[in-house]
Design a binder for this molecule. Sequence first.
Ligand SMILES: Nc1ncnc2c1ncn2[C@@H]1O[C@H](COP(=O)(O)OP(=O)(O)OP(=O)(O)O)[C@@H](O)[C@H]1O
Length: 582
Amino acid sequence: MNVRTGLPLLVLGALVAFPVIDPAATYEQTVLLMAFLLAIQAVSWNIISGFAGYISLGHSVFLGIGAYTAGILAARWHVNPLVLAPLAGVVAVVVALLVGSVVLRAKGPAFVIITIALLLVFQVLTVNTPALTNGSDGITLELPSWSSDIQNIPFYYAFLGLLVVTVGFAGWIRRTKFGTGLVAIREDEGKAAAIGIPTTLYKNLAYAASAFFVGVAGAVYAYFLTFLNPLGAFNILASVMVVLAALVGGKGTLWGPVVGAFIVSFAGEAATNFGGESQTRLVMFGVALVLVVVFMPDGLVPLLNRLVARKRQAVDYIDHVVTVERRPVEPSVPKTEVLLEFRDVGKAFGGLRAVNGVNLAVLDGSITALIGPNGSGKTTLFNLVTGIAGGHSGEIRLAGRPLTGLPPWTRAHLGLGRTFQVTRLFKAMTVMENVVAPLRGFAPGVLASDAVAGHEADRARELLSFVGLGRFTTERAGALSYGQQKLVELAQVLMLEPRMVLLDEPAGGISPGLVDRMAEIIRELNHRGVTFLVVEHNIPMVLDLCDSVFVVAGGSVLAAGPPEIIRSNPAVLDAYLGGVVS
Ligand SMILES: Nc1ncnc2c1ncn2[C@@H]1O[C@H](COP(=O)(O)OP(=O)(O)OP(=O)(O)O)[C@@H](O)[C@H]1O
């Protein structure tokens, strides 16, 4: 057993034993159970905000919803609120799904503000529905059914048990394909969609998953308090504490929110005890938030992890050298069928016509180039094909199927892969995680499957060896050289088993040796049946590699044909190629 599993088990053992050893320590039990409650919320918050990167500043809204669900029903049905706890969790999930389908369309600061507004909306709702909630007078619940001798001990174990389950749940999510998808969304949502991850569904499920245990805990909390009112149940300070806990410990990590919740709870308690007035607590949280954001933006757990990793790196440092395995390339077969077609496609950004009546056909099995001066509309055409940009005129078809209206992930599932001009790997993930992240299709079973396992992991290893990076699987993607990142991005796209790959400047910014390797890989993949549309400024490479070339200028196709013709076309030479063609 190592420190990572041994330490939590040791702490858990001590926490389980504590009330047995000292049953009369009511105050300490209360402090601890409040820390457990904060940790349950912070770990849950971490699913939507730490993993997926959507910062919810009003997350304790689900605590209030769980508490009110249990409070209202317990008062009406005269049942123990603990029995209603699972139902409270389900109600929180239903609210999260309903609310999430609207609020998760917003991103960044807009989403943060909406989540605060949500807290206030529920506060106003509970005040203004007295028939259901007893309005601002609140709901008084029956006292716990057990003897006052043991007082808080059942609540202590209920919250501790819930915390263990919540941590287990969050840890399991992080290990699944769903969890990897959430981290991909956090790192680069557009890219995640382009590699087949249905981002809208993932975000909604993450929001719902982050609400369940908070709702369950809300029901237990209602019984613990035996009194509920709108201001207490939908409290902004309680929500800020959840965020602070996750930030202090390290959002996005499994244990960070737990560690942070204990630190924040104990510090808050100390401020209340020694600070004189309750305002001390507010000032302290405000100052702590600023200090954490400025000096420890990643939180405590990642900081400790980095310190340990730095030591380790000094011992087993690996030299970053790409080994190139040369493969024979046979002549490709003639192509006649159209795979990708643009029919009179136009796209304007305000008054600027970036793409203007483009007609273009990429033959199945070909390597087709799209060249043109900077700003001529090449990347915009790629964005229209992959669905990153919409709102165009005309029609784009893949294998005869119109792509209009399809989200980027469905286009990826149809066999459309794409690399980016500036590589867009998920830099915080390992090379392996990056390569297994794409989804070739979506079925509910995918969500729960292991992120890095089985056939997919084997295939990823195979692809990484193919591009010459087999030994970098455990390396963080951000630590690789730019050229290596380009190759990993290509391996990532190949996981989609694409029919067609759009390459945006594959040779841009990489060393001459890697340019040759890249051309060789493209040729070999083409020989295996992959069709390419390549945007590239390295004209000698393009003319050598491609079967046909489209030249665009000012958003329109200026010339098209095989490389020999393009090489000698006076209009093309004039507009673009100049002296670079050899
Ligand atoms: N999101 C956007 N909003 C406004 N204008 C844009 C946007 N994207 C592209 N443009 C403009 O559209 C035109 C075409 O840009 P695009 O990036 O497609 O050209 P490009 O041929 O790919 O250029 P480069 O070779 O430099 O990458 C440019 O004038 C650019 O400024």
